[in-house]
Every structure is written in structure tokens, then in C-alpha cells.
Design a binder for this molecule. Structure first.
Ligand SMILES: [Fe+2]
Ligand SMILES: [Fe+2]
Length: 319
């Protein structure tokens, strides 16, 4: 779809939301999330997310006043898988953006990294909305601030997506969607669709924490390549991602206590990962960023698996 005027503008900040007059019509914040999950265009997902969350924050949109009574009724409303572009190489894109110019191999590597991050951020929008809506019944009744935490997070994911797609266009003349992408992040959502603690484990505590590790590696590449603008964007977004991991820990431990589960939060997390995650967990870790997010080594060191060759590096989480 064409970018709405507010998103097409090339300002350095994410443009504030449209006014209520031209905002999409949502029944409540649950309905806003459903519209995001059912939208196939990644730019529309971001735009709807900003509109819905800001309307909520400004008091123009409320929490769902009539959540269905049963968990089954809630789940029946949520798409099995979020709508995505029909062709992964060609999501709807602003027509004004030119195809990319020829570039060196080193530059191509930077573009591929930024494109990959933008793609992960587009999936993050879907993942956070799916988490909110799918598990609202489990958590919301006991603790409404669950909504506040994850609405803040999903808004940040939308801003991250837009910041990276804008950077691709402004810095490199490249459209998001012109490079190959994968849907591996959804595999973790699929493997955790029945249990909110599993979802916190695989998405917030595993994939988002892995994002903290890879951000540091990408940052060094960007600085070596002299792309200080992208480096600045990455540092800002990575700081916010620490808050996403922290929220995952907070709510994982909250639900664990509510369920009166035995053992530590860390040991319960280890159990979920071993039961539901097939990838390797390996260094390098961004220990400092993980610590700032409240994730000390006890959370992830016991999960480290050596490679078949006996090496230590190369964790293969997909974000
Ligand atoms: Fe993000
Ligand atoms: Fe995140």
C-alpha cells in the first residue's frame, strides 16, 4: 500500500499519530490488534499499531470491555498466523522509492543486515500483538498492567520497523522487501501458542535476548563501515529492546508465581526452552545488555550447548 503521508515523510523521528478524525476506526484496543494481525502490509501493520496504541494512551480507545467469556472464544478471533505479504520478496511498498543503486560487496553486507533487522522488527509487531491478544484472557483478568507493558513494547516495535525501513531508503536507496526474508520467528510463536510462559520464554527471553547479542555485533560492523546514522538508530532501538526482555522476565516470573510452580524462575525457563526449542544457544552473549535487562548469567549459561565440532560460537537463534 502507499505510505500514508505521515509515514512517507522522511523526518528523522517517527511521525506522531494521525488525528482522531483520520485515524482508523477501532472498537477497542483488542480490535486494533486484530486489524494489525489481519493486515498483510508491514507498513500498514506499523501504521495501525501507532494509531491504536496512541489512541489508547490518549484515552480515545479503551481496553476490551467485552472480552469473550472463554479462552476458546478469544482464540477463535485471532488468526492462526498473522497475515503477511503474499510474496516475501515483494511486500506492498511505497512506489516513490527507487530500486537500489549498484553497490560494493561491503555495502551490500550492511544493507542485508539492515534489511534483516527491519524484517525482524516487522515480525516483532505481529508477535507482540499475538502475545497480547492470545494471552489477554490468561493475564489481563489478574493484572491489567500487562496491557500497558506490551502496548508500549509493540509501539516501539512499530517505530523500530519504520526507523530501519526509512534508513534503508534514505541511506541506501533500497526498499524493504527487495531482499530474501524468512519467517523463522513465527516458528517460536507456533511452538508456544498454548502457554503464555512458553511464549515469554521463546520470544522475549530467548529471541529478544539474542537480539541484544547480535545488536552489539552489528553495531561494530556499522561503525567499521562508517555508517554512524544507522549505528545511532541501532543503539536507540537496542536500549528499548532491553526493556522488552525485562518485561518478559517480569511477566514470566509473575505467571510462574501465580501458578505456584516449584523451582526458580530460571529453572522453569530452562524447562520451557528444553521442551520447546530446537536451536542451539551459544556465545557470544552481550552480558552487559542482558544484565541491564535483568537477565543474569544463571538464566542462559546452563542452556549453552557446544557445537558438534566442539566450538563455542554461533548460536542460531533467528533474531
Ligand atoms: Fe524491536
Ligand atoms: Fe522487541
Amino acid at each position: 500500500m502507499p505510505l500514508p503521508p505521515t509515514l512517507a515523510s522522511q523526518s528523522s523521528d517517527i511521525t506522531p499519530l494521525a488525528t482522531s478524525e483520520d485515524s482508523p476506526c477501532f472498537g477497542d484496543i483488542f480490535d486494533a490488534g486484530l486489524k494489525v494481525l489481519n493486515a498483510s502490509c508491514p507498513f500498514q501493520k506499523a501504521s495501525l499499531t501507532l494509531s491504536g496504541v496512541d489512541a489508547y494512551l490518549e484515552g480515545r480507545l479503551g481496553l476490551p470491555s467485552s472480552l469473550p467469556l472463554s479462552k476458546e472464544e478469544v482464540l477463535a478471533r485471532i488468526p492462526v498466523k498473522p497475515a503477511r505479504p503474499t510474496h516475501p520478496r515483494a511486500p506492498s511498498l511505497p512506489s516513490s522509492v527507487p530500486a537500489g543503486p549498484p553497490m560494493s560487496g561491503k555495502k551490500k553486507g550492511i544493507v542485508a543486515s539492515i534489511h534483516g533487522i527491519a524484517h525482524a522488527e516487522s515480525w516483532a509487531i505481529d508477535l507482540m500483538w499475538d502475545l497480547l491478544l492470545r494471552f489477554a484472557y490468561d493475564v489481563q483478568a489478574a493484572e491489567p498492567s500487562f496491557w500497558d507493558d506490551f502496548l508500549r513494547i509493540v509501539r516501539e516495535e512499530a517505530e523500530h520497523f519504520l526507523s530501519w525501513t526509512r534508513r534503508l531508503e534514505e541511506g541506501y536507496g533500497i526498499r524493504y522487501g527487495t531482499l530474501p526474508v524468512h519467517d523463522a520467528l513465527w516458528e517460536c510463536a507456533e511452538a508456544s501458542k498454548d502457554d503464555v510462559m512458553a511464549r515469554f520464554s521463546l520470544i522475549n527471553l530467548l529471541q529478544e535476548a539474542r537480539g541484544l547479542d547480535t545488536s552489539e555485533i552489528t553495531l561494530q560492523r556499522l561503525l567499521r563501515a562508517g555508517d554512524s546514522v544507522s549505528a545511532e538508530t541501532l543503539q536507540k532501538n537496542a536500549k528499548e529492546e532491553e526493556g522488552h526482555v525485562a518485561a518478559g522476565i517480569k511477566w514470566f516470573c509473575y505467571v510462574k508465581d501465580k501458578r505456584l510452580l516449584q523451582g526458580s524462575c530460571e529453572s522453569n525457563f530452562h524447562r520451557y526452552v528444553k521442551e520447546r526449542y530446537r536451536g542451539r544457544i551459544a556465545p557470544p552473549f552481550n552480558v552487559e545488555a542482558r544484565r541491564r535487562a535483568g537477565m543474569c548469567e544463571a538464566w542462559y549459561f546452563p542452556l549453552v550447548t557446544p557445537s558438534k565440532e566442539g566450538g563455542k560460537g554461533g548460536g542460531n537463534e533467528s533474531r
